[in-house]
Structure formats: C-alpha cells, structure tokens
Design a protein around this ligand. Structure first.
Ligand code: VAH
Length: 317
C-alpha cells in the first residue's frame, strides 16, 4: 500500500487519483492536516511533524511506499521561515526515520528552488553549485542531502525530483512563486484581467501536472541499478516567461489582458532560480519524457478549466 502526505495540495490532488487508477483505490492512503476529505478514498489526518502519527498510519496500512508532498512552498515559507523549517525539514526527517524503521520506499519532491543566484541559470547542470537564498530552497537542498545520507548510510530507497513550476487544472498551488501561471489560466478562462506578480520577461522552468505525475510514478517504479543520482533529478518540460504564456493563451482567449504588478518578494525569489534546467540525466537514467509543450498544455488547460467552470450551472438542478 501507498501513503501520500500533503495529499490535498497542488500535486497530491492529482497524484492520488493517478495512483488509485494504477494500483487500486484500496491500496492508496491519502493524508493531510485536514481531519477528513470528501470522496477521496482512504484518508487519514496526518501531521508530519508528529512521528507517532506517521508510525501509526504506516503500521495500520502496512505502507510500503510513501510520496511525501507535505511542505510550505517558497513565498509562504518566506513569510513563516521557522514554520517552514519545522514542517519541511522536521517532516522530512520524520518520514526518513519511518522509512528506515519500516523499510518503506520514499519519494522526495525537491525543486528548482534548491539552486541559487550563483548557479548557472541556463541549461542548469544536474551537478552544480547550489546556494539557495530562500528558506524553502535551503530546506529543499538540506532535504536532498539528508535523503542521500539515508540512502548511503541506511540503504533507504529514497528518490527525488527537482520539480519546476507546475501548471494544473485541479487544486490551486499553495503560496508558490510559479503560481502566476496557474492563476493566469483561471483568469483567462473566466474572461477576467490578470495582475501578474512577476515581470513580463521572468524566465522559469515549467511543466504540466500530468507530466509531473507521470515522472513521479515512473521514477519510483524505475529499476534502481541505472540511477546515477537519488536526490534529486532535474526535470522540466519548458522554459517560459509570463509574456510568452500570454501570447499562447490569447490563441484561445484573444481579449485576455494582463497587467504587470511586480511583487518584489516573489520577483526576488524567481530571479534567484534557474531559467532552464538540463534534464538529460533523467532522460538517460529512467527515460524521462514529458508529453506537453506550451501549446499542448495551454490547449488542455482551456479544455479542462472551461469544462470545470461550465459544470456548476449543470449542478443547479
Ligand atoms: C513554488 N511551485 O513556487 C513551487 C515550486 C519551483 C517552484 O517549488 O514555490
């Protein structure tokens, strides 16, 4: 059986159904801080800063694999750095200890945030300098190192991805810096103007959520022998700017208007991150291959969001 922490977040909301589809509803336990979750299958309230709660869930369901998604994202972490460290690092430490004690396989989501301003920003290598300047990035880099320690010292089968900004039609992201891309789609589909908090030419790596979900599952199912790296593989599908996204969105919503109202905090975070990752190690070691480019992602987002926004009228029965 599989446990997903942070299951009600942006990635979890799409990873859980994908896992249920692949392995069966009865083999996936979703968990998050909320006491209960409607119509999600097996669900447990779980606070990852409580080791005993983790041990109880793992024993009760005989968990063999954990996707540990619970964390504070970049912008919200900067507002609450002490909480961010406690949740991101304390939670990860607890999950690594549980994986060691109970012999579970563990997935760790790192991020492009694990790089900093002194990292080469174009075609950022798999192995390069990492001096992140956000508490989120510090916790992701420390997390990468702690996961590799548990792999090398205790043989814990922990694997990770440095995820780019993720665009999704499902749950909204919670307090990230790349969230502008998701927010832009929602505004365009609703026919509203959008005030973008990053400058027009801020280039960042992005990936459509279906590609991220496939990559997360494929990494955990991959043969271990060819894996040259554990924490964590660079993965990306596109390197785009807000203005490039607006141009593509306008092919579906020609009247869409964006104002640029830069938020200095999130702009400084984005400016410290890479602009385009080199994902060759992932392609070579476990055949990472994203399906959605900017045009395909935009078309699919419009299809999904239009259906979602149209749906409530039907519910007015
Ligand atoms: C954030 N979406 O913005 C997350 C992610 C690479 C970005 O870590 O914080």
């Amino acid at each position: 059986p599989i446990l997903v922490t942070g299951a009600l977040g942006q990635i979890g909301a799409e990873l859980v159904p994908a896992l249920q589809e692949r392995y069966g509803v009865e083999r996936v336990v979703a968990s998050d801080l909320r006491p209960c979750a409607p119509a999600i299958g097996l669900y447990e309230r779980l606070d990852c800063t409580e080791p005993q709660m983790i041990a109880d869930v793992i024993r009760r369901y005989d968990i063999g694999r954990v996707y540990h998604l619970a964390a504070l994202l970049s912008a919200v972490a900067e507002a609450r750095p002490q909480d961010a460290w406690n949740v991101n690092m304390g939670g990860l430490r607890n999950l690594l200890e549980a994986a060691r004690r109970f012999g579970c396989q563990l997935f760790f989501p790192s991020s492009i945030a694990a790089f900093g301003p002194s990292t080469p920003r174009r075609r950022t290598p798999q192995v390069t300098i990492q001096r992140p300047i956000t508490i989120y990035g510090v916790s992701k880099l420390a997390g990468e190192l702690l996961c590799d320690y548990y792999f090398n010292r205790f043989g814990v089968d922990v694997r990770g991805l440095r995820l780019p900004g993720l665009v999704s039609a499902g749950a909204a992201p919670g307090g990230g810096t790349t969230d502008y891309a998701v927010e832009m789609f929602h505004a365009a589909v609703r026919g509203e103007r959008y005030a973008c908090f990053l400058s027009a030419n801020t280039r960042l790596d992005m990936m459509y959520m279906p590609d991220a979900i496939s990559a997360i599952i494929e990494l955990m199912e991959a043969d271990a022998a060819p894996l040259r790296y554990r924490n964590a593989y660079n993965v990306t599908a596109m390197s785009i700017t807000p203005v490039e996204l607006v141009v593509e969105i306008r092919k579906h919503a020609p009247q869409f208007v964006v104002d640029f109202r830069v938020d200095p905090l999130r702009q400084s975070i984005a400016d410290s991150w890479p602009q385009s990752l080199d994902a060759n190690a992932a392609r070579e070691d476990w055949r990472f291959a994203p399906s959605f480019d900017l045009a395909a992602m935009t078309a699919d987002m419009f299809a999904r969001l239009s259906a979602k926004i149209a749906a409530p009228k039907d519910d007015g029965l």
